[in-house]
Structures are given as structure tokens and as C-alpha cells.
Design a protein around this ligand. Structure first.
Ligand code: ATP
Ligand code: MG
Length: 355
């Protein structure tokens, strides 16, 4: 187990800077997810932590010890890649134990470590097989086994589930969470899947274009996103953004747009009368018969099973709501929503930052 500390990590390829000063602190035993769209620098940052790639500047400490000058083998980390990179000619047992074999760990001790990891990952019955005779999920387990037996300070995962089909991905996600809880080893995990980030992380680092957008626990990221990029990247259907104006009302402040009059309460002194953007999650819109803050017309009704996604038109703007599964309204019906003002976020229309 170990803490991880990244200080002002920068990376340039020639004149092109792809990481612009990343600062991250991860607690001992924490699960850090690097989340962001393709090309934002997640793998680059992970490879720099691993020592597979050099940063242009900045420092990395694992367990309080700077490892920036150390080669990968001296950082006491274990990495699991998207392409499991198993040795095709070796049995599962030898694949899992190969790192130990290379380091001269005696056969008896090796066998014991492999047996323990295999048991934890439920691949004991596969130890004699070759990787070609395994399913994708089984290969993924073997790759994780190989990392576990090394008993590292830090696991590094780069999109480990992206080669699996949707159902298996969900299963392996649970497996990784269980493994983290059992081992307690700190993990850095790269993904562009927001559900993986929400379910696995103790801390999420949302990245965009080589910049860190927000570093926080998943709940904070979801409920209090630092800006509209983070707000829109997490959550499906995405957060609704409505253009409007905040004005004084007899109960404090009110957000107004065509079809919308939402009391915001007294505010915290930061509000002034101004144009801004209201962010409201689809599940925070509650259908009501009276006293609605939003008044619109239903455009599309999509039952998904556990709930119904309603696309509505409020004034000139589209508002998406997640409502009960047996919702019986139809296209063209009027609809009103109430919203708990404590669940909304206000964003500056220029800077896109949360107020
Ligand atoms: N060797 C290289 N030379 C120049 N640019 C590079 C090199 N490697 C990566 N890049 C650039 O650095 C940026 C970050 O790449 P990186 O692979 O870290 O992205 P990523 O977030 O992991 O994306 P993905 O989700 O697609 O894996 C990209 O714009 C990429 O084009
Ligand atoms: Mg990548």
C-alpha cells in the first residue's frame, strides 16, 4: 500500500505539450480513476507514473519516496494493459508466475503465490491451459493475477475492460472492486467510461486536453462538477443546461427562462442579477400537477425498463427527464416538473465554471 503524489507533471513531444502541469494526491489504499475523452493524456500520464515514459518536468512520489529517477522495475508497481500481453506459449500458471520467476523467486514460493492469486481470481481450474484456450474475461483475470503476485505498492490499469463485451465488462468491474477491497492496494485506473469511474473510484481525475478539470470523490464530481465539461461528461442522459437569467424574487433569487421559474432560495451572496446557465440532472426533474418550476410539452417518450426517458420542450429549450418506468404520457401532452433547488448547479456562460 502507498500514497501517490504527482506534482506539476508536464509532457511535451517536441514543441507539442500534451500534459500541462498535472497535480494529483491519492491516499494510501485509494482508487484513482483517470477519466477523459480520447487523446486527453490519460495513458501518457499512466505511462509516466509507470516509468515507461519520461515526463518533461514534475515529480512523482509513491509512498512518500520520489521515483521520478527510478526505472520501472524499481518503482514496485504492476501494470495491467488493455491488451493483456500474455505469453501464448506458456501455461496460465507460468504466465501468472513469470514476473516472480524472472526475479529469481524460488519455485515453491512462486507456486504458493500463484495458487493464492488464482484462487482469488477463480482461475485455479485453468492453470494448465494456454492463453489461446481462454475467454476474454479469463485472460483478463490471468493478466490481473500476474500483477497481484508481485505484491506491488501500486497497480496501474490502462482500460483493462475495453476489450470485453458489455456483460462481461460489468462482471469484471465488480471483480476489480472486490479485489481492491480485499487487497487494499492503491490503484490508478485509466478509462473513458464514466460508469467505471463512478463505481470504482475513491477519487476521479477528470482530464481534457492535457489539463486536469477536477479531482474529487465521485459523488462530488457528479453533484458539484467544477465546470460544464465535467458536468456534461458524467451522467447519462447528460445534465440539462438551460440558458436563462437570475433575478431577485420575494423569496431570494429566482432562475428564469421561457417556461421556467425556479426559486433558488437566498443564495450565498455570490449571486447578482445576470444571465447564466442552469444545470439540472434528468433524475432531479419530478413530474407534478401543480406548482411546477418547469412547464413544457412532451416530445419523445422512451421507456428503458427501469425508467422512462422523456424529451420535452420547455420554451425554446430541450429538457430531458428521467421518470418512472410506467409513465403513461405521450407526445404533445403538457408536462410540469418541480426541482429541488439544492440539486441544481449554476454555471457562468462565459467561463463555463460552476458558480
Ligand atoms: N509519441 C507521441 N508523439 C506525439 N504525440 C503523442 C505521442 N504519444 C501520444 N501523443 C499525443 O498525446 C496526447 C495524449 O495521448 P494519450 O495516449 O495519453 O491519450 P489517452 O487519453 O490515453 O487517449 P485514449 O483514450 O484514446 O487512449 C494525444 O493527443 C496524442 O496524440
Ligand atoms: Mg489511452
Amino acid at each position: 500500500m502507498a500514497t501517490l503524489s504527482l506534482k506539476n507533471i508536464r509532457k511535451s513531444y517536441g514543441a507539442l505539450e500534451v500534459l500541462h502541469g498535472i497535480d494529483v494526491e491519492l491516499e494510501d489504499g485509494g482508487f484513482l480513476v483517470l477519466l477523459g475523452p480520447s487523446g486527453c493524456g490519460k495513458s501518457t500520464l499512466l505511462n509516466i507514473i509507470a516509468g515507461l515514459d519520461d515526463s518533461s518536468s514534475g515529480d512523482i512520489a509513491i509512498g512518500g519516496r520520489s521515483v521520478s529517477a527510478l526505472p520501472p522495475k524499481d518503482r514496485n508497481i504492476a501494470m495491467v494493459f488493455q491488451s493483456y500481453a500474455l505469453y501464448p506459449a506458456m501455461s496460465v500458471e507460468r504466465n501468472i508466475g513469470f514476473g516472480l520467476e524472472m526475479r529469481g523467486v524460488p519455485a515453491g514460493q512462486r507456486r504458493e503465490a500463484v495458487a493464492q492469486a488464482a484462487d482469488m481470481l477463480q482461475v485455479t481450474h485453468l492453470l494448465d491451459r494456454k492463453p489461446a484456450n481462454l475467454s476474454g474475461g479469463q485472460r483478463q483475470r490471468v493478466a490481473m493475477g500476474r500483477a497481484i503476485v508481485r505484491n506491488p505498492d501500486l497497480f496501474l490499469f490502462d482500460e483493462p475492460l475495453s476489450n470485453l463485451d458489455a456483460k462481461l465488462r460489468v462482471e469484471m468491474r465488480t471483480e476489480i472492486k472486490r479485489l481492491h477491497e480485499r487487497l487494499g492496494t492503491s490503484i490508478v485506473y485509466v478509462t473513458h467510461d464514466q460508469i467505471e469511474a463512478m463505481t470504482l473510484a475513491t477519487k476521479v481525475a477528470v482530464m481534457k486536453g492535457g489539463h486536469l478539470q477536477q479531482l474529487a470523490d465521485p459523488r462530488t464530481i457528479y453533484e458539484r462538477p467544477a465546470n460544464m465539461f465535467v458536468a456534461g461528461f458524467i451522467g447519462s442522459p447528460a445534465m440539462n443546461f438551460l440558458r436563462g437569467r437570475v433575478v431577485k424574487s420575494d423569496r431570494g433569487w429566482q432562475f428564469r427562462a421561457e417556461g421556467v421559474a425556479l426559486e433558488l432560495g437566498a443564495g450565498n451572496g455570490e449571486l447578482t442579477e445576470r444571465d447564466l446557465i442552469l444545470g439540472v440532472r434528468p433524475e432531479e426533474l419530478k413530474i407534478v400537477q401543480v406548482h411546477g418550476a418547469f412547464h413544457g410539452v412532451i416530445d419523445v417518450v422512451e421507456p428503458t425498463g427501469p425508467d422512462t426517458i422523456l424529451t420535452t420542450v420547455v420554451g425554446p429549450q430541450t429538457v430531458i427527464a428521467r421518470v418512472e418506468p410506467r409513465f403513461s404520457g405521450k407526445r404533445g401532452d403538457p408536462v410540469a416538473f418541480a426541482v429541488d433547488p439544492s440539486s441544481v448547479n449554476l454555471f457562468d456562460a462565459e467561463t463555463q465554471l460552476r458558480l
